[in-house]
Design a protein around this ligand. Structure first.
Ligand code: HEM
Ligand code: SF4
Length: 574
């Protein structure tokens, strides 16, 4: 059966009937009887940058008392390249303190998420976000999301150029519906009838699924370029300026347990374009996916499946036709890691950049530990540079004038902010999961720090303390912390149980493979320990853990998404 004759997915009807993302959101906000909104609006509100959630820790107790779930909203901002001013940081923090749960989350895609905002506070929150010259439009939903860009504290010129590319793409692909201003900011009601006028790029039903864009500058793959629908790998000319980009397409992480037709996929390098052709390419890739993507099955709707089904050559030809750009052959590039550069670095303009390590991106004051909320507030009040949010859930105090370094160091020490941790902890990442994420099957953010402590002990017992190993965990297979690109990946299966994946490349270029299923805490440690012992005894000079687990026969290599589920399970057990 062809796509045209299959029934469209339910969300397609919701989008179609939504009058460009309006639905009944405005009416739903007025209803005081419930803290929720109706189901169709729950899908639409994602396009406005928020998710309806409930506190899952309280579900059982409230259920027993026949109370409504403890509903609140998660709000995600759109911060291209993760660059924000100290003033904007303070305004977002103020919102988190007044309307949210007094914490901020640095996400794995360079933005902030705020949790715990109740319905009656939504409009005030959105007004304050707008006052800060920020927005949440298209932070979630079937649209182009926040565009990520390398933080690059070493090369200020290249950072500016990569940021310029990312920002231009972000601005070009932003939805144009006025529903956002109308619903949240009491803007004037303008309901167009001609879809070409309202949404010239997206049309009435937007995209079949989310769409994520990223800009990387080798040798750092800190932004995980191969995990994204569309990526640009900068190629520098002899003067050290970006002359163009290798274009990558078809990366994505999400899959479903037990459904092998769903799989994570690393992006293909499709060709090379010049610096000023990037926006045209972005629009063409997006519109081909808009028209070719599978709108009948959301689990098969991402660009990665379109490319698997149609083939890269056909996809490239269509992109070239629509953009009018003839892509050249990809140029050589080398990535060497995905991690951030911690501590101070100096960029070529003489300014300093201090990368702080924020465990799992959670900004809060920890009794007896780092005072992230208070400390970053003080820093923001003093800072004349900017903040950069990293794809590893960290924050960089950026563009600090040389005479301000001392002030920053003093504040970092005073509020016990961490600029360092063990090599495995610094390379670890967890998604939010419980209690807020409705899709979580197991803990992640609240569990990984303890597991890392135990892994640190095991590594120390084998004399491996100084080894960088990328470890990531998610509470479900959707993959928000990109676990399939970690050298050790944990994916929640049921409460307290995880599937363990091994064999990804340290530079983010190769996916992992399932090694063991349904491991509890003890099982994880018992399974990893002999592999660490083997790594200590058998590894070759400079060999990364992910590469070792393949060479030593623990797992088969994954060459791309389609073979992710092939040859799974432990090959060698000790
Ligand atoms: C494919 C299915 C996916 C679904 C249905 C999904 C859904 C969600 C939901 C509901 C949340 C909110 C959790 C909370 O804050 O309580 C979330 C968070 C997030 N997701 Fe996803 N997600 C998916 C895949 C991905 C992938 C593949 C990525 C990145 C490559 C990603 C990036 C993020 C980020 C950055 C956050 C913010 C929190 C964090 O940093 O962990 N998501 N996602
Ligand atoms: S990976 Fe799953 S559990 Fe974690 S935040 Fe994403 S959707 Fe929720």
């Amino acid at each position: 059966m062809t796509t045209a004759t299959k029934e469209l997915a339910r969300n397609e009807h919701i989008k179609d009937a939504s009058r460009y993302l309006r639905g009944t959101l405005a009416e739903g906000l007025q209803q005081e009887i419930t803290g929720a909104i109706v189901e169709d609006d729950q899908q639409l509100v994602k396009f406005h940058g928020m998710y309806l959630q409930d506190d899952r820790d309280l579900r059982a107790e409230r259920g027993k008392k026949k109370m409504e779930k403890a509903f609140s909203f998660m709000i995600r901002l759109r911060i291209p390249g993760g660059v924000c001013t100290p003033q904007q940081f303070l305004q977002v923090q103020h919102i988190a303190q007044v309307y949210g749960n007094d914490t901020m989350r640095l996400t794995t895609r360079q933005t902030f998420q705020l949790h715990g905002i109740i319905k009656s506070n939504l409009k005030a929150t959105m007004r304050e976000i707008d006052d800060a010259l920020l927005t949440t439009i298209a932070a979630c939903g079937d649209v182009n999301r926040n565009v990520m860009s390398v933080t690059n504290p070493l090369q200020s010129r290249v950072h500016a150029q990569a940021y310029e590319t990312g920002k231009a793409i972000s601005d070009h692909l932003i939805p144009e519906t006025t529903a956002y201003r109308e619903i949240w900011l009491d803007g004037e009601k303008i309901v167009g009838s001609d879809e070409e006028v309202v949404e010239p790029i997206y049309g009435k039903t937007y995209l079949p699924r989310k769409f994520k864009v990223v800009i990387a500058v080798p040798p750092s793959n800190e932004v995980d370029v191969f995990a994204h629908d569309l990526g640009y790998i900068a190629i520098l000319n002899e003067d050290g300026n970006i002359e163009g980009y290798n274009v990558t397409v078809g990366g994505g992480m999400g899959m479903t347990h037990g459904q092998p037709e769903t799989y994570p996929r690393t992006a293909d390098v499709m060709g090379y374009c010049k610096f000023d052709e990037t926006v045209k390419i972005a629009e063409a890739v997006l519109t081909v996916q808009r028209d070719w993507g599978d709108r009948t099955n959301r689990a098969h709707a991402r660009l990665k499946y379109t490319i698997e089904d149609r083939g890269l050559d056909a996809f490239r030809a269509e992109v070239e036709k629509r953009s009018g750009v003839k892509l050249d052959a990809p140029k050589p590039y080398i990535f060497d890691s995905m991690s951030d550069r911690y501590g101070w670095t100096e960029s070529e303009n003489g300014n300093g950049h201090l990368t702080l390590f924020v465990q799992n991106g959670r900004i809060r004051d920890i009794p007896g530990g780092p005072q992230w909320m208070t400390g970053l507030k003080k820093i923001a009040e003093t800072l004349q540079g900017e903040f950069r949010l990293t794809a590893n859930q960290n924050i960089i105090i950026s563009n600090v004038q040389p005479d301000q370094h001392w002030d920053m160091d003093k504040l970092v020490a005073q509020y016990k902010l961490t600029r360092d941790a063990s090599p495995v902890r610094k390379n670890s990442m967890a998604c939010v999961a419980l209690p807020t994420c409705g899709l979580a099957l197991a803990e992640s953010e609240r569990y990984l720090p303890d597991l890392i402590t135990e892994i640190e002990e095991r590594l120390a017992s084998h004399g491996l303390t100084d080894n960088e190993i990328v470890i990531r965990m998610t509470g479900c297979p959707n993959g928000c912390a990109r676990p399939y690109l970690a050298e050790i990946g944990f994916v929640g299966k049921t409460p307290g149980k995880y599937n363990m994946y091994l064999g990804a490349a340290f530079d983010g270029s190769r996916l992992s493979k399932l090694y063991a299923e349904d491991l509890d805490h003890k099982g994880i440690v018992a399974t990893l320990d002999p592999i660490f012992a083997a790594y200590k005894n058998e590894r070759q000079e400079g060999e990364h853990f992910g590469d070792f687990t393949i060479r030593a026969g623990f797992v088969a290599p994954t060459s791309n998404g389609a073979d992710f589920h092939v040859n799974t399970g432990a090959k060698r057990t000790a």
